[in-house]
Design a protein. Sequence first.
Length: 158
Amino acid sequence: MLRNEAITRKDLIDPQLAKAGWNLYDLTQVGLEIPVDGYDAEPWNGVTDYCLYRANGEVLAIVEAKRQSRSPQRARAQALHYVTEIGKRQSFQPFAFLANGLEIIYWHVGHAAPRDVSGFFSRADLERLLFIDQNKTPLAGTKIYRRKPSRATIAIRA
């Protein structure tokens, strides 16, 4: 049975989010159809399908849904726009998920190419990814210690 977007969200995507630990009835965790400023009303209506929130209210990720019969890749331009606009209003750019109920694509916009995943990430997973992103150091700036190993270390390795 082919589903339109609303039914795809209700029957497939909502349970997948719940399985990842998101409470769709808790407005401090999940926001549905949240308007995004700075949009062009022609191509889209400027409303994210889902916003997944941090405990402090910042948007950790957006989920852009498509009907079951459409590829979630068709939501890339929308997701890029939403992530960019939301990123202007908070200290980081949120992650993006593109989904049609059968496929889920995770996208860290500007950092990695979109990739298929088996399910949505939990709040803890997204917080960990954000922490890694915010605390990474470039390899070029990492100091390498060139101390010669002691005799004991050499003996242990032998």
